[in-house]
Each structure stands twice: as structure tokens, then as C-alpha cells.
Ligand binder design. Structure first.
Ligand SMILES: NC(=O)c1ccc[n+]([C@@H]2O[C@H](COP(=O)([O-])OP(=O)(O)OC[C@H]3O[C@@H](n4cnc5c(N)ncnc54)[C@H](O)[C@@H]3O)[C@@H](O)[C@H]2O)c1
Ligand SMILES: [Zn+2]
Ligand SMILES: [Zn+2]
Length: 363
């Protein structure tokens, strides 16, 4: 394959701007690969912590690199010393490259790597997927099953991986009614996966009409509610007075978090995925006396991401069903602006065959 010497990549200088710059195509070193990016999707965290303003600190600090932490593509060049992957392989990039040897990395959770020197996330502290090519370390790669498209895989890299982890933490089965607050891409992914994991009833809540419509159109929840002061009562009514066995907040909104706590039934489990902001509740009536548990969940591990990719294929589920808009890299500015406006589903910057797959045109 002919690999050019120069490539284009998108950076996020803040102030809701996107700048396309030219870069040298990097050369993979030992244990590294060069990936031809096929799809690179936008996460709510990119908007919250980088695009509008550089708010992130520590692991969410943005170092002016090529953006995009949901990359998926094909290996076009492999450096020496590769152990498993090779040229031509289709891969998802687990988006945090950890030190590999701290306690959390050894558990597979490079997201919570404790090495300030060696932990670098793609699209935050090292070049990410909003470019024609990207350098990645072999240890960060997850195989993309043949059944999944590259745009499916891009979403596994953060959004679907995060949703799966949260659901695995609280555990979901046919016993459970599940409430999801915030029907952005992460909330929609949570509904899609909770259904596949067997949840007996799904309830979604948001405040943006376009997001509520999308959840209805995709048939992801039996009940789609406009989130407001009466929603706890509505959820209780729908569930015969008891509330939901499992609730997952994917909004980061304080009222929605409180709803997740109060609409969980006795002995229920609550998971917080939405990031930033705050919440206040009354510990005794809201959790202690009802024996409830609140879980925090941050992305996922490499092994659960690999498991999820396999399961999605087994369940015959395509995460790209959530993608409402695809843009070429040259229009990355429009892609971020659309996602920031929230009147959309998942937004992808796509390349080659992923830009306009049959029946799914570019925006
Ligand atoms: N924990 C993690 O590992 C992790 C990983 C990825 C993303 N995130 C976070 O998850 C959240 C969701 O990501 P996304 O990409 O779907 O973002 P998003 O911003 O597109 O979605 C958030 C949704 O919450 C809705 N919302 C706002 N107020 C609400 C309310 N009162 N009730 C119900 N819904 C309300 C918004 O309308 C929006 O649709 C973000 O906070 C993101 O930063 C966390
Ligand atoms: Zn993310
Ligand atoms: Zn580490």
C-alpha cells in the first residue's frame, strides 16, 4: 500500500474551533503500528473538556495533540517486535496508553494508570484518531471482529466500552428494569447493551427532543420520558411502585443523578457514568435505609473491551446504528459543532469506505 509522507490532522485550540494541520506521517517504532484511520467518532467528553474550552486537568488535560479518542482503522505498517497484530489487521484502539506495569494497568485498566510520566491518552496527551493515520502501541489494540464495521469499532473505543463496563459493574439480567438518564451516545449505548444483556424493561430519560426522538426511533426503550421534577413518580408508576433494579446516569446533570438514586428500587444499584458537575442527596432516606449502592465507572479495561467486541458480533449488534452524521476530515469543524449542539446521535469523522457506506450517506 502506498503511504504518503504527509497527512492532515485536526486539533482543538478551544473556543469551539477546529484547525486542520499538516503533519509528517509517523514511522512505527518497536511494538508500534501505523493505522490508516477509517472512522473516528466524537465523545461528549471531547466537547466538555476540550472543544469549548480546555477544562481538563490531569488525565483529561489536553496537550494540543491531534484530537479524537475513539479511533478505529487498519494496520498499514507494523514496527519490529510485534507479538500478535500484523499489517492488514482491523483494529480498535483502547484509547489510553498506560505504563503497563502499575497495579491498574496490570488489571487491564490502563484508564486509571497511576504513572504520571507514562500514562498518555490518544487525543488528549498523544496524537489521536482525527487524522488520516495514527501511531499506536500494540498493547493498546483490540481486534475488530469481521462482523463489525470500523464505525462500530470506533464507538467501542470509548462510548460502548464505557457503557458495557458500567452495566457489568452493576450486573444486568432478566430480573431487571433499567433506567438510563441522558440519551446522548453513551446513554443510547447503555440502553442497547442492557437490552442485549437481557434487561426485562428499559426506560430512558432526557430533556432534548431530538435525543428523545432518536431513542424512540431506534426502539431502544419501552418508555422514553422527558426528564423533570415528576420523573421519579413516572418511573415508579411504570414499575408498579417499586422503581428500577438498575439505574445508570449518562448525563452528568445533578437532577438526573438524583433521579437515578431516587428511582432505584430498594436494594437497587446505581451507576454514575456522566462526568463533571455535582449532585446532592439525603443519605438516609435516599440510599442508606433502602440498602442502595452507588457505583462510579470510568471507561473499561482492555480485556472487557475485547470481550465486548466479541459479544457485539455474537449479538449481531451494530453500534453504528447510533451514528446520525458522517463527515470527511476536512469538515471536522462541522462535526464537532453538531455534536456540541446536541441535536444529533453519534457523530463520526469517516474515511474511505466508511464515509458513505451503502445507504448511509455523508452529512
Ligand atoms: N465515565 C466514563 O468513563 C465516561 C466515558 C465517556 C463519556 N463520559 C461522560 O458521559 C456523559 C455522556 O456522554 P455522551 O457522549 O453521551 O454526551 P452527551 O453530552 O451527548 O449526552 C448527555 C445527555 O444528557 C442529557 N441531559 C442533560 N440534562 C439532563 C437531565 N436533567 N435529565 C436527563 N438527561 C439530561 C443531554 O440532553 C444529553 O443528551 C458525558 O458527561 C461524558 O463526559 C464518561
Ligand atoms: Zn470518551
Ligand atoms: Zn500504569
Amino acid at each position: 500500500m502506498d503511504i504518503p509522507r504527509k497527512m492532515k490532522g485536526a486539533v482543538l485550540p478551544g473556543n469551539s474551533a477546529v484547525v486542520i494541520r499538516e503533519y509528517d506521517v509517523p514511522e512505527p517504532g518497536h511494538g508500534e503500528v501505523l493505522i490508516r484511520i477509517k472512522s473516528s467518532t466524537i465523545c461528549g467528553s471531547d466537547i466538555r473538556a476540550i472543544y469549548r474550552e480546555h477544562l481538563g486537568k490531569g488525565p483529561e488535560g489536553y496537550r494540543g495533540v491531534i484530537a479524537g479518542h475513539e479511533p478505529c482503522g487498519q494496520i498499514v505498517r507494523a514496527g519490529p517486535g510485534m507479538r500478535r497484530f500484523k499489517e492488514g489487521d482491523r483494529v480498535i484502539v483502547y484509547h489510553i496508553s498506560g505504563c503497563g506495569v502499575c497495579y491498574d494497568c496490570r488489571r487491564g485498566y490502563m484508564i486509571s494508570c497511576t504513572s504520571p510520566e507514562f500514562r498518555r491518552a490518544y487525543g488528549w496527551q498523544r496524537d489521536g484518531g482525527m487524522a488520516e493515520y495514527m501511531l499506536a502501541e500494540e498493547k493498546d489494540l483490540v481486534a475488530l471482529p469481521g462482523f463489525l464495521t470500523y464505525t462500530d469499532g470506533a464507538q467501542v473505543a470509548c462510548g460502548f466500552g464505557t457503557a458495557y463496563e458500567g452495566l457489568r459493574k452493576v450486573g444486568v439480567s432478566g430480573d431487571d428494569a433499567v433506567l438510563v438518564t441522558g440519551l446522548g451516545p453513551v446513554g443510547l449505548a447503555t440502553l442497547m447493551l442492557a437490552k442485549a444483556m437481557g434487561a426485562r424493561m428499559l426506560i430512558g430519560a432526557d430533556v432534548v427532543p431530538e435525543r428523545l426522538d432518536l431513542a424512540r426511533r431506534l426502539g431502544l426503550a419501552r418508555h422514553v420520558l422527558v426528564s423533570g421534577p415528576d420523573t421519579v413518580g413516572e418511573v415508579r408508576k411504570i414499575t408498579g411502585g417499586a422503581g428500577c433494579e438498575r439505574t445508570v446516569d449518562c448525563s452528568a446533570n445533578d437532577q438526573a443523578r438524583l433521579l437515578c438514586i431516587q428511582a432505584a428500587r430498594r436494594w437497587g444499584r446505581i451507576c454514575f457514568i456522566g462526568e463533571g458537575g455535582t449532585v446532592s442527596f439525603q443519605p438516609s432516606p435516599d440510599i442508606i435505609h433502602d440498602q442502595k449502592r452507588i457505583y462510579g465507572s470510568w471507561v473499561t479495561s482492555t480485556w472487557l473491551m475485547e470481550e465486548l467486541a466479541e459479544r457485539l458480533a455474537a449479538w449481531e449488534l451494530h453500534p453504528d446504528a447510533l451514528v446520525t452524521h458522517r463527515f470527511p476530515l476536512g469538515r471536522a469543524g462541522d462535526a464537532y459543532a453538531l455534536m456540541a449542539g446536541g441535536k444529533c446521535g453519534k457523530v463520526a469523522v469517516a474515511f474511505d469506505e466508511e464515509l458513505a457506506p451503502a445507504g448511509k450517506g455523508a452529512a
